[in-house]
Each structure stands twice: as structure tokens, then as C-alpha cells.
Design a protein around this ligand. Structure first.
Ligand SMILES: Cc1cc2nc3c(=O)[nH]c(=O)nc-3n(C[C@H](O)[C@H](O)[C@H](O)COP(=O)(O)O)c2cc1C
Length: 208
């Protein structure tokens, strides 16, 4: 039965990008962060740090700075990728009117352990910090949904190369994503999902 309730929660969560002006209570923000910290993490390193911004003026200012950074990036590109990047500017700055923005950061891998994964194809993924924070973010998004809040995780703002310095990311950390949170002003349509048969194979390489 708990599976049905969980699936219902998973299926009904949407990325919400339009919010009422109403602020989010401190108690609810504390609940979101509490949910985040129960995510699994590499070696239980809990490599996350969150900065919570709930000052509308500061959030608007941040969105303006991200817009400038993204537009600079677009100006440095040409061809098809420039057209695609132009479309991403709105995707990375809609949070200007969100009552809360949470900045999610992950710890950098432990330098002394670098030889362990240096030769792997994607060392940062193998090391696990960014993946751990992604899991914490999903906990946070689901908790927001369970509290009737709306939220949207965003990586497009990270295209603004000025973001790390604007947000004073501490040494030893990197930006993972921003998360807009607020009381939803409408719930978006459910985007299509691939069917299980198209995303999974059972025992494809086993001998007959
Ligand atoms: C890693 C990641 C990065 C995302 N970045 C953005 C973003 O920058 N801007 C945005 O509006 N949505 C962003 N999204 C939200 C996706 O567009 C959204 O999850 C997808 O369209 C499916 O919609 P749903 O979340 O409502 O099911 C991101 C989602 C993920 C998982």
C-alpha cells in the first residue's frame, strides 16, 4: 500500500515555475531541508550544503545577474547551439519571481583519493558527491510537493559563469543546482514519460 502512495506522490510532482507572492514559512523550509538530509550519499559523506534565499529583492537581483551571465554566454556562441542557448535564458531565469531560491552545492571529491577514479571516464560521477546532492534535491522536491508547495530544480543558471563568485560558493564546494520554491500558481501539465519497456532491459548479456 505504501508503494501506491509513494507512486502517487512521484507521479503527481511537477516542476512548478509560477508562484503566488505569498512567502514560504520558515517551518516549511526547515521541513524541506530535513527531508534533503535523509538522502543516501557516497560513504555517508553527506556532501551537501544549501543556501536559502527568501528576500524577493535579492532573488530578482540574482536572476538579473544570471540573465547577464547567460546572455554573455549566448553572445560567445554561434550556429545551432547559440539558438538553443537563447531558449535556455528564460529556462534559467524564470525564478526571478519565486519567493524562495535554494542554492544546492556539493563538496569536491577528496583530493587524496583522486588516483582511485582518475582514469575512469567520469571521475566526478564515480566519486559520487554531485550524485548524492542530486538525491538530496529529489528528496527536497518531493517534500515540497507533499507540503503542497511547488518547486523546480534548475541547472541552466549554472551556464552563467559569474554565478560561483556571485553566490560566494565556499572553497571545497561546487554549485550543483538552484531550486525555486513557492506556493504554486497553477500546476503544469504532466510531461510525457518513456514507458518501462523502452528504458530497461533484463539480463541482456546473459548466456542462453
Ligand atoms: C538536472 C535537472 C536540471 C533541470 N534544469 C532546469 C532548468 O534549468 N530550468 C527549468 O525550468 N527546469 C529545469 N528542470 C526541470 C525539467 O525541465 C523537468 O523536470 C522536466 O521537464 C519534467 O517535468 P516534471 O519535473 O514536471 O515531471 C531540470 C530538471 C533536472 C532533473
Amino acid at each position: 500500500m505504501i508503494y501506491d502512495a509513494l507512486l502517487e506522490l512521484l507521479q503527481s510532482r511537477r516542476s512548478v515555475r509560477h508562484f503566488k507572492e505569498r512567502p514560504v514559512s520558515r517551518a516549511d523550509l526547515d521541513r524541506l531541508l530535513d527531508a534533503a538530509r535523509w538522502a543516501p550519499s557516497n560513504h555517508n559523506r553527506q556532501p551537501w550544503k544549501f543556501i536559502v534565499m527568501d528576500d524577493p529583492a535579492r532573488i530578482r537581483e540574482l536572476a538579473d545577474q544570471v540573465r547577464q551571465g547567460m546572455e554573455q554566454k549566448v553572445a560567445s556562441l554561434s550556429g545551432v547551439v547559440a539558438v538553443h542557448a537563447t531558449g535556455l535564458v528564460q529556462y534559467g531565469t524564470f525564478f526571478a519571481a519565486a519567493p524562495v531560491v535554494i542554492v544546492a552545492m556539493h563538496k569536491l571529491p577528496i583530493a587524496a583519493a583522486a588516483p582511485l577514479w582518475a582514469a575512469t571516464r567520469n571521475p566526478e560521477l564515480v566519486s559520487g558527491e554531485a550524485l548524492s546532492v542530486a538525491m538530496a534535491i529529489q528528496n527536497l522536491l518531493l517534500a515540497a510537493h507533499a507540503l503542497d508547495l511547488g518547486a523546480c530544480v534548475m541547472t541552466a543558471p549554472l551556464l552563467a559563469e559569474n554565478l560561483t563568485s556571485i553566490l560566494h560558493v565556499p572553497p571545497g564546494f561546487a554549485l550543483t543546482a538552484l531550486i525555486a520554491v513557492g506556493h504554486p500558481d497553477g500546476i503544469p501539465q504532466t510531461p510525457r514519460r518513456k514507458i518501462p519497456g523502452h528504458i530497461a532491459e533484463f539480463n541482456p548479456h546473459s548466456n542462453p
